[in-house]
Design a protein around this ligand. Structure first.
Ligand SMILES: [Zn+2]
Length: 216
């Protein structure tokens, strides 16, 4: 269950969350999807995702979430110009540093795109203790994406290997895009959401297989 920090009322009544005709046009390709529709788009606009990481995979995840209209993105470890970068993608997205969340949004999912850095876990813990968590891991041979509910258990491979981040740009793109898509699906509550699974990608970002997570 998502952790509710404090009230999110101030942002909920914000005019950013109205599905105006301009926004219907902006999100048209998404609204036509049976799984999304107008109601789903409003859910995305009211949704909040926290992302930790300062790398290509984190940037891709933030960009995809902003483009799909997720209304609030909480960042940790992001570059200084993250607000401007996301405003260029979608001016409606509110971006907050994790240490400066004004009234405590209800974070739907936390994405650890730091490749298992301890600072990211500490930062995300402030907002989300019990998940859902989305974790990206990487090594020279490829990467993985893991989705968990409840307390986050570190991967055996991630704790054994030094965190190397996503190697190739195509792997970073694949991991970031997959993380953003799963986060949107969690907000919408649609489709297959592989909790407790580890999705493996090769070094070029091609999905190779699914394994049971460490809690299985
Ligand atoms: Zn891992």
């Amino acid at each position: 269950m998502a952790t509710r920090c404090r009230s999110f009322r101030r942002l909920r009544v914000d005019e950013r969350l109205e599905l105006t005709s301009e926004r219907v046009k902006r999100y048209a390709r998404q609204i036509v999807l049976r799984e999304v529709g107008r109601g789903g788009q409003e859910q995305l606009m009211a949704g909040c995702v926290a992302i930790a990481g300062n790398n290509d995979a984190a940037a891709v995840a933030r960009t995809y979430l902003a483009a799909s209209g997720v209304g609030t993105i909480v960042v940790a470890g992001a570059p200084r110009d993250v607000r401007e970068a996301l405003a260029a993608v979608n001016p409606d997205v509110a971006v907050f540093e994790i240490d400066a969340i004004p009234s405590g949004p209800e974070v739907a999912v936390a994405i650890d795109a730091s490749f298992a850095a301890e600072w990211a876990r500490t930062a995300l813990d402030k907002c989300v203790r019990t998940g859902p968590w989305l974790h990206l891991g990487g090594a020279a041979t490829g990467g993985h994406l893991r989705l968990e509910r409840g307390e986050f258990v570190r991967c055996a491979t991630c704790s054994a290997e030094a965190s190397r981040g996503a190697g190739s740009p195509s792997l970073a793109m694949a991991l970031g895009a997959a993380a953003a898509t799963l986060a949107s699906k969690i907000i919408l509550g649609v489709g297959h959401i592989p909790f407790g699974r580890v999705c493996q990608f090769d070094r070029f970002g091609i999905p190779t297989r699914d394994d049971n997570g460490p809690g299985a």
